[in-house]
Design a protein around this ligand. Structure first.
Ligand SMILES: [Zn+2]
Length: 388
């Protein structure tokens, strides 16, 4: 394993690798909700690069996330539901309409539970089993919990899902079918998160992404795949919906690692998209931000349940990644997301969930703001579970 240490994103303290570590031991826990001392896994990248590329090409013949094992916090692959290895394909009509050289979809709807979350769950489940845990838990409005429950079902672990009061009945139904212990909070996602973390004392393993540092490591593999699928080149733009801020910042980390190892020469601009009704990262970012078109109706609520997060827990991480990539944050109305969802279905044949369609709505808004001529954009289609 090439892990060298854990670094706190808040106080920048450096700590020895500890497979059971969650938040920074030095930063006071809960000092400010949404700004805990989240740890980041560091590697010996020279050794990692040598192991990734043996005999001139990529050493691994695996097609799942363990293809990139030298940059993961695991000694060996685990036999789990196979996550990763999703297709990347171009949609010519999108490129023409928005004036780019290419618009590519990274189709995470093909994951085992139809969501990118499976990449993170893979690493969490593998670590939990290695450490001998029988119980795993998370706070989630749906996709992360369903992913956790499916991997637990497949390996005989017990899954405990802490869901907000407004969680969808359809998703709750799947959690039950997958055998999860469902604990419905009387409050929102923030409250469910706090209730979940109080269960750590029981010895349950946490699958909360902005808490357990290994989850981001699974999510970052999407950047490795994109770069490999583009012939070891980074795209110009990577566009992704933003809720807790984990996925886009994880991709940003992956792209930075690839550049640091000398595998790529450039970093993509990270483009985060939030629903206008709940857009705290757009408000916090000091770089380029775009509001919805003036003629878009301002909504008080959003149907984009998977990104309806008022206090993004990985905000600090994402703001740093956005700065390092000269990124953009965009707020779009639900009307624009609905049109994008229709366009993904009608023109690309892709069944994206409502939240995931925000990526295309973000591209539309960005293309109105500036010329994207000659650029290649990758849209992360993060999930494909049919909406209620
Ligand atoms: Zn710290």
């Amino acid at each position: 394993m090439n892990v060298s240490s854990l670094r706190c994103l808040r106080c920048h303290g450096e700590f020895d690798w500890d497979g059971e570590a969650y938040l920074c031991p030095r930063c006071p826990e809960g000092a400010s909700v949404g700004d805990a001392g989240i740890l980041d896994v560091q590697y010996d990248y020279k050794a990692a690069r040598e192991q990734l590329f043996a005999n001139g090409g990529l050493a691994s013949e695996r097609r799942d996330v363990f293809r990139y094992l030298p940059v993961l916090p695991l000694e060996q692959p685990a036999e789990l539901l196979p996550a990763g290895g999703t297709p990347l394909f171009g949609v010519r009509t999108f490129a023409q309409q928005y004036g780019l050289a290419a618009v590519l979809l990274k189709d995470e709807t093909r994951e085992p539970t139809r969501a990118l979350k499976d990449r993170a769950t893979t690493i969490a489940t593998a670590r939990a089993r290695k450490l001998g845990h029988t119980d795993i838990y998370c706070a989630s409005a749906g996709n992360a919990a369903i992913s956790m429950a499916a991997f637990a079902a497949n390996t005989g672990m017990r899954a405990h899902a802490f869901v907000p009061s407004d969680a969808s009945e359809v998703r709750l139904g799947w959690l039950t079918r997958l055998g999860a212990d469902v604990r419905r909070s009387s409050g929102d996602y923030d409250q469910a998160f706090a209730e979940a973390e109080s269960m750590r004392e029981r010895g349950w393993y946490s699958r909360n992404c902005a808490f357990n540092p290994v989850l981001v490591e699974g999510k970052k593999t999407v950047a490795y795949e994109i770069v490999e699928q583009l012939g070891w080149r980074a795209p110009d733009l990577l566009i992704c919906p933003v809720g807790d801020a984990c996925t886009l910042s994880a991709a940003g980390k992956g792209f930075r690692e690839l550049a640091a190892m000398g595998i790529t020469e450039t970093l993509p601009r990270l483009v985060g998209v939030q629903a206008a009704a709940v857009s705290p990262v757009v408000s916090s970012f000091r770089g380029v931000t775009l509001a919805p078109r003036p003629d878009e109706q301002a909504e008080a609520e959003t149907a984009a349940a998977s990104i309806k997060v008022k206090r993004p827990r990985n905000l600090r991480r994402l703001l740093s990644e956005l700065e390092q990539s000269a990124g953009v944050m965009i707020a779009v109305g639900d009307g624009a997301i609905r049109r994008a969802q229709q366009q993904l279905a009608g023109e690309a044949g892709v069944i994206a969930e409502f939240t995931s369609a925000a990526a295309l709505a973000g591209l539309e808004r960005l293309a109105e703001h500036e010329s994207l001529a000659g650029r290649t954009a990758v849209l992360l289609i993060t999930g494909g579970r049919p909406d209620d």
